[in-house]
Design a protein around this ligand. Structure first.
Ligand SMILES: [Zn+2]
Ligand SMILES: [Zn+2]
Length: 160
């Protein structure tokens, strides 16, 4: 696993928990194991790691569920955002890519534990794309924006 030397920050949806890594690793991947599916409530976990010693919790602290003897699953106990998978034996913490401030920076390089991959996974990218929010959806999207409680994708001095 290569070191990238590139820092990253992220956090949960409500902003109670924020983290910073002074450098990320290059292991971006999609894990399809049943435990990751449950832990993120989705069909796979998109993950990318930082060395444990590179990580600081810059606001709040994650809550932890031990999903097995050596594995910690971190999440925000205020809003429920899944934040990481941490194998306590290998020295790195895999963050959920969606919790990073710039998820687009981490294109996955592999699918892992594919024995549990949902059978329709391969059809996802071929689906019809209904495109960006249309004019009908605009008023609805604006209403959501006006009452948005989601923390922005950067650190803040004060929140909320
Ligand atoms: Zn939260
Ligand atoms: Zn997994």
């Amino acid at each position: 696993m290569e070191r990238t030397g590139k820092p990253a920050s992220g956090g949960c949806q409500c902003g109670a928990v924020r983290y910073h890594a002074t450098e990320m690793l290059d292991n971006s991947h999609l894990c399809h194991c049943r435990m990751c599916q449950k832990a993120v409530g989705n069909i796979f976990a998109a993950l990318v790691a930082a060395p444990d010693e590179a990580i600081t919790w810059t606001r709040g602290k994650p809550s932890i569920f031990m999903s097995s003897e050596h594995v910690e699953r971190g999440f925000c106990d205020k809003c429920g955002t899944p934040l990481f998978y941490h194998d306590t034996t290998n020295g790195r913490t895999n963050f959920t890519i969606g919790s990073l401030d710039n998820p687009g920076d981490y294109p996955p390089g592999a699918n892992t534990c594919t024995e549990n991959m949902v059978p329709w996974f391969g059809s996802i990218t071929g689906m019809e794309n209904s495109g960006p929010t249309d004019s009908n959806g605009k008023a609805w999207a604006d209403a959501i924006k006006a009452s948005n409680h989601q923390h922005p994708d950067h650190d803040t001095e004060q929140w909320p």
